[in-house]
Design a protein around this ligand. Structure first.
Ligand code: C2O
Ligand code: CU
Ligand code: CU
Length: 456
């Protein structure tokens, strides 16, 4: 199951150079007709930015920005990204929510070896589903994501949708002080609770920005939670907004309602009817303003609500024939740590097992083995006082029901499991490999709340 450096190098030799310059990232707009590959060179490197006015913060950027460059591809096409590591430490890229082969999944030692400083790695895969996805490392996640290595990956529908305008809003908070200096990304006493929050909230790397939107149009807002810890209580008071997709899969359009809980790793796509010129709408997290949406003259005729987005080709689980498995997400009081021996804090566990982030052999002991092609129902039981955005790599799953709220079944890659909630999800185990199954509160994932699920 593990990968050797020789295999990686052999793999690289087979790919011809993309011929891109030293620019942060470049998109081949002029690609020939029918050549269905979207090519990028994506450099990860330190970068000084101004998060706090008048102060420099040394972040880690993808393509010269943090959050990273927005990558785009079209559904059914290939995406090729040459990842160049100019960071001071090893890294990988994981493509959150994309159904792809294990070798492209970015999990160190399982998918590939970590990409060392000065090295590069070519990711190449087909994107089967349209929607809002994202990318991030799967190495030293607390610090690497915390320093800014998170970015949107947008997969456009094959056919035009009714939306003529769209905006991507990447939400992230930063673990910086008032001088813009990074503090701890993870504090044990917080990791054992809800996770260590950042102090400075930003949208697209800016604190409380004003975004101009075309008056009278229905704009597609892709809101991505790229934060390590925070669950945003999203609300748009006074706005006419409808939900079009959750976590990269379309839903029947319905009003946003009072608020939506967007956990780490989750995404929501809204249709927003932009009001008359001069109106300013707040996008908020609970009572806190994240951004101001300002209507400006567009010179276009008013648009109507677009129809539902086309469904993605996710296989429908056969519930009658499905095998049920239960997963308990628990708080493990055991503060047993042995830092000298490279042990990690273990505050959390799944079915009595805590993942050890420093132990490469964990993936060799999958918590469940699924038979390829069969349908499964997972009963997810949160027996803790904290919520956990539960994420699975490699396959989308359908949320069936919950003991805490009414669910209209929908496909997703991340489900926010509330405290003491039991929910059922279902999937077809159609992607062979060993897939990470974890909480996306990075602190939780790094202190035990991760497991491997094998499909064979
Ligand atoms: Cu966003 Cu293991 O993933
Ligand atoms: Cu993922
Ligand atoms: Cu969690």
């Amino acid at each position: 199951m593990s990968v050797t450096r020789r295999q990686i190098l052999a793999g690289l030799a087979g790919v011809s150079a993309l011929g891109l310059g030293a620019g942060g990232a470049r998109y081949w707009l002029g690609r020939p007709e029918g050549a269905k590959t979207h090519d990028y060179e994506l450099i990860a490197a330190p970068l000084d930015v101004e998060l706090v006015p008048g102060r420099r913060t040394s972040v880690w950027a993808y393509g010269g920005q943090a959050p990273g460059l927005e990558l785009r591809a079209r559904q059914g096409d290939w995406l090729r990204v040459r990842f160049v590591n100019r960071l001071p430490e090893p890294s990988t890229i994981h493509w959150h929510g994309i159904r792809l082969p294990l070798e492209m999944d970015g999990v160190p030692y399982l998918s590939q070896l970590p990409v060392l400083p000065g090295e590069s790695f070519d990711y190449r895969f087909r994107v089967p589903d349209a929607g809002s996805f994202w990318y991030h490392p799967h190495t030293a996640s607390g610090e690497q994501l915390g320093r800014g290595l998170v970015g949107p990956l947008i997969v456009e529908e094959r056919e035009p949708t009714g939306f003529r305008h769209e905006r991507t809003l990447s939400l992230k908070s930063w673990h910086v002080d008032g001088q813009g200096v990074f503090g701890e990304f993870s504090v044990p006493r917080e990791a054992a609770r809800g996770g260590t929050p950042g102090r400075l909230s930003t949208v697209n790397g800016e604190a409380s920005p004003t975004l101009e939107l075309p008056a009278g149009q229905v704009v597609r807002l892709r809101i991505l939670n790229l934060d390590n810890t925070l669950t945003y209580r999203l609300n748009l008071p006074g706005a006419e907004a409808r939900v079009y997709a959750l976590d990269g899969n379309p839903v029947a359009p319905h009003p946003l309602g009072r608020e939506y809980l967007l956990g780490p790793g989750m995404r929501i796509e809204l249709g927003l009817r932009v009001p008359a010129v001069g109106t300013a709408l707040p996008l908020r997290n609970g009572p806190l303003r994240l951004a101001t949406l300002k209507s400006v003259d567009s010179g276009e005729t008013a648009a109507d609500w677009p129809a539902a987005l086309p469904a993605n080709p996710v296989p429908e689980p056969d519930l009658a024939a499905a095998t049920s498995l239960r997963f308990n997400f628990e708080w493990a009081a055991a503060l047993s740590v042995n830092m000298e021996q490279g042990g990690a804090f273990k505050f959390w566990q799944i079915n009595g097992q805590a993942w050890d982030i420093n132990d490469r052999s964990c993936a060799e002991r999958p918590i469940a083995t699924l038979q390829q092609g069969r349908s499964y129902i997972f009963e997810l039981r949160n027996v803790s006082q904290y919520q956990h955005p539960i994420h699975l790599h490699g396959m989308a799953f359908k949320v069936l029901d919950s003991n805490r709220r009414k669910i209209d079944p929908y496909f997703t890659d991340t489900y926010l499991l509330g405290r003491n909630e039991t929910a059922r999800i279902a999937l077809v185990a159609d992607n062979p490999g060993v897939w990470m199954f974890h909480c996306h509160v990075i602190d939780h994932m790094e202190t035990g709340l991760m497991a491997a699920i094998k499909v064979a």
